[in-house]
Design a protein around this ligand. Sequence first.
Ligand code: 4NP
Length: 155
Amino acid sequence: MTRILMVCLGNICRSPLAQGILESKLPEDEFYVDSAGTASYHIGSAPDYRSVQVAKLNGIDISHQQARKFKVEDFEKFDIIFAMDQYNENDILHLAKSEAHRQKVKHILNESSNSSKKDVPDPYYGTTSDFKEVYELLDGACQKVASDLLNESAL
Ligand code: 4NP
């Protein structure tokens, strides 16, 4: 079982979408996907209704998810930890206790393109179209992540 964690700030907008999208692209008997936030504001909350909506429009149900905070034990539990932006990546790296932990942390958009690092924009104070843009960015990134993981598991 390969375990993948998606991390953003609040765990209600971007990482729940990233979790739902990646889950939809991988077989659940081989891959476990979860998400978490670096902040505690929304612990226990369902995803933002706009993330739920844009996922549903694309045939993905994320309404059952519940926000939780990233914890140090996640470095042991997960094989790959994808940060949605540079702030999240830095916050997680600050909690890492070893080089092995640090090696697990990746920027989600760095995985999906060869261009210089860009962030998944925080849509919390934005509009429906900002959530659609986030969906498209994450769908492209997760497509690449999923095909790489599936190729590796076939080796
Ligand atoms: P997320 O978005 O990190 O994609 O879940 C945010 C959610 C909540 C807040 C900021 C960003 N907030 O400030 O409460």
